[in-house]
Design a protein around this ligand. Structure first.
Ligand code: PLP
Length: 384
């Protein structure tokens, strides 16, 4: 049994993917080729949003809007401590500081009440200026974006949905882009929608921001707005109106993603079937199974349970041939280079309790019922 089985998916779409790759090799437009535009249009349509732009990875996807908004030293960005490091990593790139916020114990997502307390605390202290909220759709399920939006509006902040694990999740049938100024995602192979290498994207309804991001991802190239009422003596392609970066999605990866997006809705359903069977089978045997609000559809990047004797359970599962993983053993506010930043407003008690109890079980769309039962049996037979 595998923790995440990428081969099973590959077997399903092998012919289509091989043809798609061969097409790119044949036309040779490896960077910003036609597949990139095609995939971006499909991704925007999937999200019900106006714009989707590919980039090199999910970390750059987070950095791009921070660059577009001109973040600088003295600015504060609020994000959960319980997340993958990339969420916070991009903030010091621009000299700004992350402020770490508590999560809710049932959904693992940012606690809106604590977020507001952190913003108030930063304002009261007066050292930093609140600028951006990064709400993470952790383990595949939408954060409380309606609440995040209300708080962002109240304090005049920008809102990013870091949906690297949650792309495809919905709340009241709507994607996070309905509330967030921008949604960012990663196509790292193990993410719910992954490619065959590194890749990422941003999704937004903001026309101006989309134009700016398209420029920043290609070295700050001129945009149609830059060219308005301007004449250049040579090819404007080589005018760079702002400091940008090189962050593009490869044509080959876009071609692969076009094929993967076709089966993605079906895969989300398959993941939910696995999650439902886990929830049913594990009831009463662990501290908690993941809580998903009624109005949220998760894409189940991870299926994370809590157990008082997490390490004992993990060893037992291993002895039964069941792989598992700990996300995250070291939250950001106590993590190496990040421990110097503010853990906002009091202790992060839920986060610190979770780091000791969380365990992720095998989860992917092609996990057989037989394997699911084996996982459930293995958890239930642990008496530690
Ligand atoms: C994976 C991940 C990222 C970064 O994505 P990369 O493509 O690996 O750069 C950012 N945020 C979260 C929450 C992630 O899980």
């Amino acid at each position: 049994m595998q923790f995440i089985d990428l081969h099973a998916q590959r077997a399903r779409i092998e012919t289509e993917v091989n043809t798609a790759i061969a097409n790119v090799l044949a036309h040779g437009m490896f960077v910003m080729g036609p597949e990139v535009r095609e995939f971006e249009a499909q991704m925007a349509a999937f999200s019900g949003a106006k714009h989707a732009l590919g980039c090199a990875n999910g970390t750059d996807a987070l950095a791009l809007p921070l660059m577009a908004w001109g973040l600088r030293p003295g600015d504060a960005v609020f994000c959960p401590s319980f997340t993958f490091c990339a969420t916070a990593e991009v903030v010091p790139w621009l000299g700004a500081e992350p402020v770490f916020v508590e999560i809710l114990p049932d959904t693992f997502n940012m606690d809106p009440a604590h977020l507001e307390a952190c913003i108030e605390a930063v304002i009261a202290e007066g050292r930093l200026t609140p600028k951006v909220i990064i709400a993470v759709d952790l383990f595949g399920q939408s954060a409380d974006h309606p609440a995040m939006r209300r708080i962002a509006d109240k304090y005049g902040l920008k809102l990013i949905a870091d949906s690297a694990q949650g792309f495809g999740t919905t709340l009241d049938g709507k994607h996070p882009s309905d509330w967030a100024d921008i949604v960012t995602t990663s196509f790292f192979p193990a993410k719910p929608l992954g490619c065959y290498g590194d890749g990422g994207a941003v999704v937004t309804n903001d026309d101006e921001l989309a134009e700016l991001l398209d420029s920043i991802r290609i070295h700050g190239k001129v945009t149609p707005s830059d060219l308005k009422d301007q004449t250049f003596e040579h090819d404007p392609k080589y005018f760079n109106m702002r400091i940008g970066m090189n962050s593009r999605l490869d044509s080959i990866q876009a071609a692969i993603l076009i094929e993967k997006l076709k089966i993605f809705p079906d895969e989300i359903e398959l993941r939910n079937n696995v999650a439902d069977r886990y929830a049913e089978g594990l009831k009463g045997s662990v501290l908690s199974v993941p809580g998903t609000p009624e109005n949220v559809v998760s894409v189940w990047a991870q299926y994370v349970i809590d157990h008082e004797n997490r390490d004992g359970l993990q060893a037992h599962l291993k002895s039964q041939g069941v792989p598992s993983a700990v996300y995250y053993p070291v939250p950001m506010h106590v993590n190496g280079a990040y421990a110097r930043y503010t853990a906002g407003a009091g202790d992060l008690k839920v986060t610190e309790a979770k780091m000791a109890t969380v365990l992720a079980l095998p989860m992917h769309p092609y996990l057989s019922e037989e394997d699911q039962d084996k996982v459930i049996e293995a958890v239930r037979s642990f008496n530690g």
